[in-house]
Design a protein around this ligand. Structure first.
Ligand SMILES: Nc1nc(O)c(N)c(N[C@@H]2O[C@H](COP(=O)(O)O)[C@@H](O)[C@H]2O)n1
Length: 210
């Protein structure tokens, strides 16, 4: 799909942190990672990709359910494609806000894993390296240059600056003020990190007392 030239960035590949495949360096930052399930309205959503795609159909619970049932983030995206004609009409206008909301939940609920990874990126630009997606990522244009809007990388950089570098953990994520922002026919609650996902050390301590 052609994208407007506004907000396009060019990065020198040698000067930035890139992520692409989930099993490679910084792959945790990809929405295609299945290691970061999310907890929304008492529902476990297997990946950030599934949550983002499900919100595209926030008035169509059947599509949401089929997307959220997928353990594989890529399959969730593929299932979502099938329902594209039933997308929210305002999707192109709200999708960046929705992605930001999803990423805040991911960072908040997996702070112990993700904050150190974002810290490790220092003050370098973070870029989602893509073969074709110049909206969410940037692609190789030769001469060690990457070109794209890199929306996902830029959202991570903003979260890094506002929360990680200032050690300002996100405790609660408010729902977006968007009409019909619903999951399975219910309004979305403010989502507070109540340790739904204990890390191994915390789990060990819990079991040690009983
Ligand atoms: N692995 C992968 N393959 C693609 O073909 C992609 N376009 C992406 N990008 C990710 O897809 C999500 C956005 O989906 P929409 O194009 O808005 O439906 C987002 O998670 C991108 O990071 N990844």
């Amino acid at each position: 799909m052609a994208i407007s030239k506004r907000n396009i960035r060019i990065y020198n590949r040698n000067e930035v942190i890139t992520f692409s495949k989930t099993n490679e360096a910084f792959g945790e930052l990809s929405n295609m990672s299945s290691s970061f399930p999310l907890f929304v309205n008492d529902i476990i959503v297997p990946s950030s990709e599934a949550l983002y795609q499900a919100m595209r159909y926030s008035l169509f619970p059947k599509a949401q359910n089929e997307i959220i049932r997928q353990a594989s983030p890529m399959t969730a995206k593929m299932i979502s494609k099938k329902y594209n004609p039933y997308s929210r009409q305002d999707w192109e206008l709200i999708k960046l806000k929705v992605m930001r909301w999803v990423m805040e939940i991911k960072l908040s609920q997996h702070w112990n894993k993700l904050a150190p990874i974002l810290e490790e990126t220092g003050n370098k630009a973070i870029v989602e390296l893509s073969y074709k997606d110049q909206f969410w990522g940037a692609k190789n244009i030769g001469n060690n240059q990457l070109e794209g809007k890199n929306a996902l990388g830029r959202l991570w950089m903003d979260l890094r600056e506002k929360h990680v570098l200032t050690n300002n953990k996100i405790e609660c994520v408010a729902p977006l003020a968007i009409a019909g922002f619903r999951l399975y026919d219910h309004d979305i609650d403010t989502i507070c990190d109540e340790d739904h996902f204990l890390n191994n050390e915390e789990e060990g301590q819990l079991f040690a007392v009983v």
